[in-house]
Design a protein around this ligand. Structure first.
Ligand code: ADP
Ligand code: GLC
Length: 483
């Protein structure tokens, strides 16, 4: 079955968060599950630079006049066939894929990402006469217009099934209504039964409204987004679409995240041979100027510093953690106030707290390898990958019971320790007090090294690879194509 994956990011070429990790891991996993996968990506510089054996498939003029060369070839780093949108006027910019150097959204984001959906629909309609997908699988708002363009496009050939995956409903791609007229969609699309959202146009809503099937990246999140609390204004539509909505839990790309083979970390280790982990910890403590103490429980945060991630709770609980002998290492970037607050705490307690503001893939690996606990106290979390990287690297996750965190982490309560299901620490109330209690549970278990090691070993041995999720996606594709 031919599947075209449509996304704005892909690891290892372009990543701002977990979306890239998923987009980078899924093609190989789906191919192992029997699908023929190709990807469609915007022509950001690192993506174009990775494309080899490429040819021009077509030169097209978008409905609003931008000219795009659709190139195809193989992505060297992934070994996957890719279609890439070569439109330097749209994608060769300073800043991130979404924001300029001043952290403001690029003024023409509606066009930059409409193009992704528009070309996806062209491919579904036979743009490449040698390869026509049976399934279009698009990810997040950036690819949200895919199914809308297909719904109104030239329906040449057979029907193409559409799957839209919500990685984060909080980022919706909402634009002023005036921009609707650029998109080349018929006027009827700008309606409540369409992509209109409170008078604006919403790429996320387009994906939710026009796609055959919707998935989220964990089963819990599929339920949560149907409530007003977490529906971000779209819960009504999601309840209407509940029969076409399911959750498929993300997984870990074990070719990238595996302490037995990780070149980025100080010493390699695995569940049954964990000695290297202590060396990773000592080396990191030393390098960061933390007190080099093997028995000081080391907590880690690798995260975007945004409201979503609940890190103000960590700031609030930090003194209590340090007073109990804990240490904290943080790697993150984002909200300026959070960056400043964490930086100030590190300056105040350099022997116990280390903070690096920035984005550093290799350093993230070192943190998971060195820490005892990975903190993920998110207010909401569609899936979350870092708690699973914590499992892999023997850094037990401490999480808020929400979304994918609730679906993956089992608290070290006595009954869960007794039946062997415990793999981390979970708090339910989203408060400083609840976080502190969970930290105390972590410290109490840490003070019992034999039990700690046995929970850690089981956490590391959990099956976390993509095969199960890929099998679920493949089954979904088959079902949609057959219907
Ligand atoms: P989200 O996608 O909401 O940011 P996830 O947990 O799904 O959250 O994925 C985050 C990904 O980004 C992980 O691969 C994590 O290691 C990585 N990451 C986040 N912040 C940084 C950073 N500052 N430096 C390096 N990697 C980071
Ligand atoms: C989003 C979510 C995160 C999820 C990731 C990959 O960025 O915030 O929870 O793990 O996408 O699906």
């Amino acid at each position: 079955m031919k599947v075209l994956q449509v996304s704005a990011e892909i690891f290892p070429l372009l990543k701002t968060g977990g979306l890239a990790d998923v987009a980078g891991a899924l093609p190989a996993a789906l191919m192992a599950a029997g699908c023929a996968v190709r990807v469609l990506l915007p022509g950001f510089a690192p993506i174009l630079a990775d494309l080899r054996d490429d040819t021009t498939l077509a030169e097209l003029t978008a409905p609003w006049g931008d000219v795009v060369r659709v190139r195809q070839g193989v992505l060297t780093s992934l070994g996957v066939h890719a279609y890439v949108l070569d439109a330097p006027q749209l994608y060769q910019r300073a800043g991130t894929p979404y924001e300029d150097a001043q952290r403001q959204p690029h003024h023409d984001n509606h066009l930059r990402f409409a193009l992704l959906g528009w070309v996806a629909a062209q491919l579904a309609c036979g743009l490449d006469r040698h390869w026509q997908p049976a399934v279009l699988h698009s990810h997040d708002w950036h690819a949200g217009l895919t199914s809308a363009y297909l719904a109104f496009g030239p329906a040449k050939g057979r029907r193409v099934a559409t799957v839209f995956t919500v990685h984060n409903l909080a980022y919706q791609g909402v634009f002023a209504p005036i921009h609707f007229y650029d998109l080349g969609l018929p006027a009827q699309a700008f309606a409540v039964n369409g992509l209109e959202f409170h008078g604006q146009l919403s790429f996320m809503k387009a994906g939710l409204y026009y796609s055959d099937h919707l998935t989220t990246v964990s089963p819990s999140y599929a339920q949560e987004i149907q409530t007003p609390e977490q529906g971000c204004g779209l819960d009504g539509l999601l309840r209407v679409r509940a029969h076409d909505l399911s959750g498929i839990l993300n997984a870990v790309d074990e070719a990238v995240w595996n302490p037995a083979h990780d070149a980025a970390i100080t010493a390699k280790f695995e569940a049954k041979k964990p000695a290297g982990k202590a060396r990773c910890k000592a080396a990191l403590q030393q390098a960061l100027g933390l007190a080099v103490q093997a028995d000081a429980p080391l907590f880690g945060v690798v995260s975007r510093l945004t409201e979503q991630k609940g890190l103000h709770l960590v700031l609030a609980a930090l003194d209590a953690l340090v007073a109990r002998g804990g240490q904290l290492v943080v790697l993150g970037t984002g909200d300026a106030a959070l960056e400043a607050a964490f930086t100030a705490r590190a300056a105040a307690r350099p022997e116990a707290v280390s903070v690096r503001i920035g984005y550093d893939e290799a350093y993230a690996h070192r943190i998971f390898s060195a820490t005892d606990v990975t903190l993920v106290p998110s207010r909401f979390e569609p899936c979350g990958l870092t708690q699973m990287y914590g499992f892999k690297y023997g850094s037990l996750p401490l999480v808020h019971r929400v979304g994918g965190l609730a679906d993956t982490v089992v608290d070290c309560a006595l009954e869960n320790l007794a039946d062997g299901s415990a793999n981390g620490f979970v708090f339910t109330e989203f408060t400083q007090q609840a976080l502190e209690r969970a930290m105390r549970r972590a410290l109490a278990l840490y003070a019992r090294p034999t039990e700690w090691r046995s929970v850690r070993q089981r956490a590391m041995q959990q099956p976390l690879g993509w095969d199960q999720a890929a099998a679920q996606y493949a089954a979904l594709y088959r079902q949609l194509v057959a219907s």
